[in-house]
Design a protein around this ligand. Structure first.
Ligand code: SF4
Length: 305
């Protein structure tokens, strides 16, 4: 099979989610982000090609399932290919790796370990740092200073609400059109989320430049997921539900037996995802509902984001 460079599906349509593939010096390189693409990539590499002799595979999915290419002598594992992130998304960059936390549902503690500030990085506006606020102030300041040249910035992986303070917010306001993403994955730290939101709004960031992820299907049922998303939107903030996948999931958007036992089904997963992603205008959705949950102001938490 002829390997087309870039993130192409089998039907040759482009998608940033698909493995990035390219060929240099008759070596095929593949960066695989999601474990549900491992079987596809293995079968693609089994077919061999006139265009390449050997292959090097890497990326988070390979770190999570390092046995995925066992028995393939022409395939080796490797993760030190320069500028691989920009091959996946030319606008993306990363200034730190790892994280200070170890959330049960997250692959970062397994794939990247403890937080590490990178000495240098390609200047791009779309940051995919796992936890930029957990870096030192010196590093954070360098990142902001280098982002100021861009007409927009997206802190795409979300910001840890428990760490966000007035200093961060003031510096973020120096950027042109920053998109800030919080996360309310559990009501255990709803007060940290509210506090972060208040800090951002007090600094002058418009609500339209704030989003909030909401992990669903991890440890709660559909009712809780709907109420948490509605709660986010009751503040005028767009909710972005994220479906939980097991760390070694072989199928995208699968509803596992554990999730079925919590009350989920394909229909219920589709219904909430389509509601929040296909109905773009928040004014058509968000029911006013700060009373959906009662929470005490002393509530806080440690290890979920
Ligand atoms: S804080 Fe975010 S990046 Fe860090 S372990 Fe938790 S979910 Fe993963």
């Amino acid at each position: 099979m002829k390997a087309k460079a870039g993130n192409y599906r089998p039907d040759n349509t482009w998608s940033p989610d698909w493995p990035a593939v390219w060929i240099e010096n008759r070596i095929l390189y593949a960066s695989i982000a999601f474990t549900w693409h491992l079987d596809y990539m293995r079968s693609r590499l089994e077919q061999r090609s006139f265009d390449w002799d050997t292959a090097v595979v890497g990326g988070p999915a390979v770190k999570l399932v390092p046995t995925a290419f066992d028995g393939m002598e022409h395939v080796s594992l490797g993760d030190d290919t320069p500028s691989v992130l920009q091959r996946v998304n030319p606008m993306a960059t990363k200034t730190s790796s790892g994280c200070i936390r170890s959330c049960e549902f997250c692959c970062v503690p397994h794939t990247e370990g403890k937080i590490r500030e990178l000495p240098d990085w390609p200047d791009r506006p779309l940051l995919i740092d796992n936890n930029i606020l957990a870096t030192s102030q010196k590093h954070f300041d360098r990142v902001i200073d280098r982002l100021k040249e861009w007409p927009w910035t997206d802190f795409n992986q979300g910001m840890d609400a428990r760490l966000l303070n007035e200093y961060h917010a003031q510096r973020l306001m120096e950027l042109k059109r920053p998109m800030i993403r919080l996360a309310l994955d559990s009501l255990d730290y709803v007060n940290d989320w509210i506090s972060a939101l208040e800090i951002l709004l007090a600094a002058g960031l418009p609500k339209t430049r704030i989003r909030s992820y909401a992990l669903i299907g991890f440890d709660s049922d559909p009712d809780e997921a709907w109420k948490r998303c509605e709660y986010i939107e009751s503040f005028g903030i767009k909710a972005l539900p994220m479906w939980f996948h097991e760390l070694d999931a072989t199928k995208r958007n699968d509803v596992t037996e554990k999730q079925v036992a919590m009350g989920w089904s394909d229909f219920k997963r589709n219904r909430i995802m389509q509601w929040y992603y296909q109905h773009k205008d928040i004014r058509l959705r968000g029911r006013k509902g700060p009373d959906l949950f009662s929470h005490s102001s002393s509530t806080s938490s440690d290890d979920t984001a």
